[in-house]
Design a protein around this ligand. Structure first.
Ligand code: FAD
Ligand code: NAP
Length: 575
C-alpha cells in the first residue's frame, strides 16, 4: 500500500472516504486524470455494502447484468454473472475483481475509519484524521461513505442482559452463522429481513419474527443466468447501458405508461398478473401512475394483499402480514419464498405495531407482555440512511460549523453533491441526489464522473476553492421537496424521510425527479461554467469547461427543469 504521500504529511489532491463501489470508482477517475488520492475504508477490503451485508440470502434487487459498473466495456464483457439477482458473495467477488483489474488497493488504507475532516480556511485544504492516528492534508475531501452503511441498532432496554449473540444484518460475521437447532428472533421485516428470514427458518428450530410495519414484497423469480441470454446482452451491452441511463430508475425494464384507472378491472388484473410473473422491481411498471394516484395505488395494494392471503394459510397471520399503507411507499421488497415461510410450523409472527418491543431479558425478547425465549437475535433494523455515515464523522467547514450542526434541521445540499460552507467537499450520492431511487452504481458513476471533471477544471484554471452559492442550494432544496410532493411516497413514513430513526428531521432525502432529468441538470451546471457555484469565492465566468468524464451522460431529453406537473404528466414509475 502506498500511503506515503498522506501519512508523511504531504498534500495530496483528494482524500476519499469509503471503498464501496463509490470510492473505488472515484479513485479510478481521479487517477485517470493524473490526480493522486488516498482512500480510507473501515473494512479490510473493498465492496462496501457487499463487504458488510453477509447475512443469509443477501443479494441485489436489480438484475445483475444491470447492477454493475457501466464505464468499461472490458469489465462488462469479461465478468459472468451466474444468477439473475447475484448473491452477496458474487457481488463482493466482482468488486474485488474490479479492484484487482484497476490496481486500486495500493491507494486504499483498509481497517481505517475517518473520524474527522476539518477545512482550513487560510490554506484552503482539508485535514482528515483517522482512528489510526493518520492526519492527511488534501485539496479535496470526497465522501463515498454510502447511503445505507450506518447500521441502525435500536437501543432496546436490557440488551446487555441477553445471554446469546445479537447480530445486525449490516454487520454480519465473516465466518457466517449456523442457526441449526437454535431458537432465533428476527426484528424487522424490511428488505434485509425478507431476504434472510426464509433461510434462517430453514436452519432454526424456532423462528420468531417481530414486525412493526408489514411490507409489500414481489417475487424475485430468481434463476440461473441463461448463457444464451447473457451472450445476447453482452453483444449489445452499450445499447442496454444507454437505455438504462435514459430511464428515471437508471436501469432498464419495459413499463406501461397508461394510467391504471383507464383500464377495466379485468384488464388491470391481467396487467398485474403479467407484471407479477415478471417479478422484481419492474412490477411497478404495470401502470404509469401507481406511485402518483392514490386510487390507482389502492388497486395494486389490494392485488398484493390478495397474493399474501393466497399464500399464507393462517388467516390471522395473513392479516398481520398485509400492509395497509401505500404500495411501493417504502422501497419495494423482492423476495424468494418470504410469505410461504409463515406456513412452517416453527415460524411465528409477533405484531409490535401497537406496543413496541418492551425489553430484552437474559433469555429472550419481551413484547406485548410475553417473553419469547430465544438463543440468538437478528436485528434486521436497517440503517441511519443517507446521513448516518456523515453524522459519525466530525466534518468541520467554514467558521468551525460541523455538517451535523448544519443538517440538524434536515440535509441541505446543491445537487446532493456539495453543500454551502464546505468548500472542496463532495458527496457521492448524497441527500438531494437520485441515489437510492436509481440503480445505485449508475448514480455513483455519474457523480464521480462529474466530480472528476470539476476537479480537473479547477486544476485547468488554477482555482483553489469551489462551493455552491446559498441561492443555488436553497433553490435545489426547494425543488427536491416540491418534486417529492407529487409522489405518494412523500406521504408515508420510511427511511426516505428519516422516519425509521426517532429524532431525525422529516425531509424527503433522495431526489425523485428521475435520473436523466437530474443528470441533465448536473450537465447544465457544468457546461454553464459551474453555474450555482462560487469558484475562489466569486461567481465563475460563464465559460464551458473541458468535459472529460461526463460526456457519456448526455441523454437526449426535452424537459429542461422538471416541475411537479411535468413529473405527474410523465407518469414515470420511480422504484
Ligand atoms: P457503500 O457500499 O455503503 O460503501 C461505503 C463504504 O464507506 C463502506 O465500506 C464503509 O465501511 C465506508 N465508510 C463509511 N464511513 C467511513 C468512515 N468514517 N471511515 C472509513 N470508511 C467509512 N442498490 C441498488 O441499486 N441495487 C441493489 O440491489 C441494492 N441492494 C442492496 C442490498 C443491501 C443489503 C443494501 C444495504 C444496500 C443495497 N443497495 C442496492 C444500495 C447499495 O448500498 C449501493 O448499491 C452501493 O453498493 C453503494 O455503494 P457506495 O460505495 O456508495 O456505499
Ligand atoms: P429497513 O428497510 O429500514 O427495514 C428495517 C426494519 O426494521 C423495518 O421493518 C422496521 O420497521 C424495523 N425496525 C426498525 N427499528 C425497529 C424497532 N425499534 N422495533 C421494531 N422494528 C424495528 O432496512 P433494511 O431491510 O436493512 O433495508 C434498507 C434498504 O437497504 C432497503 O430499503 C434497500 O434499499 C436496501 N436493501 C436492498 C436489498 C435488496 O433486496 N437488494 C436487501 C436489503 C436491503 P418499520 O418499517 O416500522 O420502521
Amino acid at each position: 500500500m502506498d500511503a506515503a504521500a498522506g501519512r508523511n504529511g504531504g498534500m495530496i489532491d483528494a482524500v476519499i472516504v469509503g471503498a464501496g463501489f463509490g470510492g473505488m470508482y472515484m479513485l479510478h477517475c481521479l487517477r485517470k486524470l493524473g490526480f493522486n488520492a488516498q482512500v480510507f475504508e473501515g473494512g479490510d477490503d473493498v465492496g462496501g455494502t457487499w463487504y458488510w451485508n453477509r447475512y443469509p440470502g443477501a443479494r441485489c434487487d436489480i438484475e445483475s447484468m444491470q447492477y454493475s459498473y457501466s464505464f468499461s466495456e472490458d469489465l462488462d464483457q469479461e465478468w459472468d454473472w451466474t444468477e439473475k439477482y447475484a448473491p452477496q458473495p458474487e457481488i463482493l467477488a466482482y468488486a474485488k475483481h474490479v479492484a484487482d483489474r484497476l490496481d486500486l488497493r495500493k491507494d486504499i488504507n483498509f481497517n481505517t475509519r475517518v473520524t474527522s475532516a476539518d477545512f482550513d480556511e487560510d490554506r484552503n485544504q482539508w485535514t482528515v484524521t483517522t482512528d489510526k492516528g493518520d492526519k492527511v492534508e488534501a485539496r479535496f475531501c470526497i465522501m463515498a461513505v454510502g447511503c445505507l452503511s450506518a447500521a441502525n441498532k435500536p437501543p432496546f432496554e436490557g440488551m446487555d442482559d441477553f445471554s446469546g449473540p445479537i447480530y445486525h444484518t449490516g454487520e454480519w460475521p465473516h465466518e457466517g452463522v449456523d442457526f441449526t437447532g437454535k431458537k432465533v428472533a428476527v426484528i424487522g421485516t424490511g428488505s434485509s429481513a425478507i431476504q434472510s428470514i426464509p433461510l434462517i427458518a430453514a436452519q432454526a428450530s424456532d423462528l420468531t419474527v417481530f414486525q412493526r410495519t408489514a411490507t409489500y414484497s414481489v417475487p424475485a423469480w430468481n434463476e440461473a443466468v441463461d448463457p444464451a441470454k447473457a451472450a445476447e446482452v453482452k453483444a449489445n451491452y452499450p445499447d442496454l447501458r444507454a437505455k438504462a441511463r435514459a430511464r428515471p430508475t437508471g436501469f432498464y425494464f419495459p413499463f406501461n405508461m397508461k394510467p391504471a384507472m383507464d383500464a377495466s378491472p379485468e384488464e388491470r388484473r391481467a396487467k398485474y398478473e403479467e407484471a407479477w410473473e415478471r417479478g422484481g422491481l419492474p412490477f411497478l411498471g404495470a401502470f404509469g401512475d401507481l406511485l402518483f394516484e392514490k386510487e390507482a395505488n389502492d388497486t395494486v395494494a389490494e392485488f398484493a394483499r390478495e397474493k399474501i392471503r393466497g399464500v399464507v394459510k393462517d388467516p390471522a397471520t395473513a392479516d398481520l402480514l398485509c400492509p395497509d399503507n401505500i404500495f411501493g411507499c417504502k422501497r419495494l421488497c423482492v423476495d424468494t419464498g418470504y410469505f410461504a415461510t409463515y406456513n412452517l410450523p416453527h415460524v411465528k409472527l409477533v405484531d409490535v405495531s401497537k406496543r413496541p418491543i418492551e425489553r430484552f431479558t437474559e433469555k429472550g425478547v419481551v413484547a406485548n407482555g410475553v417473553e419469547h425465549e430465544v438463543d440468538a437475535v437478528v436485528c434486521a433494523t436497517g440503517f441511519a440512511a443517507m446521513t448516518g455515515s456523515f453524522d459519525r464523522i466530525e466534518i468541520r467547514g467554514r467558521n468551525g460549523l460541523t455538517l451535523k450542526e448544519k443538517w440538524a434541521g434536515g440535509a441541505r445540499t446543491f445537487l446532493g453533491l456539495s453543500t454551502v460552507g464546505f468548500p472542496n467537499f463532495f458527496m457521492i450520492t448524497g441527500p438531494g441526489s437520485p441515489s437510492v431511487l436509481a440503480q445505485m452504481i449508475q448514480s455513483i458513476e455519474q457523480h464521480a464522473d462529474w466530480m472528476a471533471d470539476c476537479i480537473a477544471h479547477m486544476s485547468d484554471i488554477g482555482a483553489e476553492t469551489i462551493e455552491p452559492t446559498l441561492e443555488a442550494e436553497d433553490a435545489w432544496v426547494d425543488h427536491v421537496n416540491e418534486v417529492s410532493e407529487i409522489s405518494l411516497r412523500s406521504t408515508c413514513s420510511s427511511w426516505y424521510v428519516g422516519a425509521n430513526i426517532p429524532g431525525t428531521p422529516r425531509v424527503f432525502m433522495p431526489y425523485i425527479g428521475g435520473f436523466p432529468v437530474y443528470v441533465q441538470k448536473c450537465n447544465n451546471v457544468m457546461t454553464k461554467g459551474y453555474e450555482g457555484f462560487k469558484i475562489n469565492g466569486d461567481t465563475p465566468k460563464a465559460e464551458c469547461p473541458q468535459i472529460r468524464q461526463t460526456e457519456r451522460w448526455r441523454v437526449p431529453l426535452d424537459i429542461e427543469v422538471i416541475t411537479p406537473a411535468a413529473l405527474a404528466a410523465m407518469r414515470v414509475p420511480v422504484v
